[in-house]
Ligand binder design. Structure first.
Ligand SMILES: [Zn+2]
Ligand SMILES: [Zn+2]
Length: 88
């Protein structure tokens, strides 16, 4: 039979382990750039406030341009071809 004290110790141990796991998971996540912090490489504004001429950094197309996670703008075709992710 497990006494009350011993069971309490086990539960406390399990809780410590899960908190530690959560902390390292969060640390890994914060290493990634947050989408809201990605700024236009030219004017350093988020995509919403950016008023730069928008054209693709690769092919100079002006169609379907979006700011991507590296701070440059790409057209839809180049985003699909190179697997660039838009900020949202
Ligand atoms: Zn800009
Ligand atoms: Zn392009």
């Amino acid at each position: 039979m497990i006494g009350k004290d011993k069971r309490g110790t086990i539960l406390r141990y399990l809780r410590d382990v899960s908190v530690e796991g959560e902390r390292s998971y969060t640390g890994t996540m914060s290493a990634k750039p947050s989408p809201s912090r990605i700024l236009c490489a030219q004017c350093e504004q988020p995509e919403k406030s950016c008023s730069c001429d928008k054209f693709c950094a690769l092919c100079q197309s002006e169609l379907g341009i979006r700011l991507c996670t590296d701070g440059l703008m790409y057209c839809e075709a180049c985003r699909e071809a190179c697997d660039y992710k838009t900020v949202d």
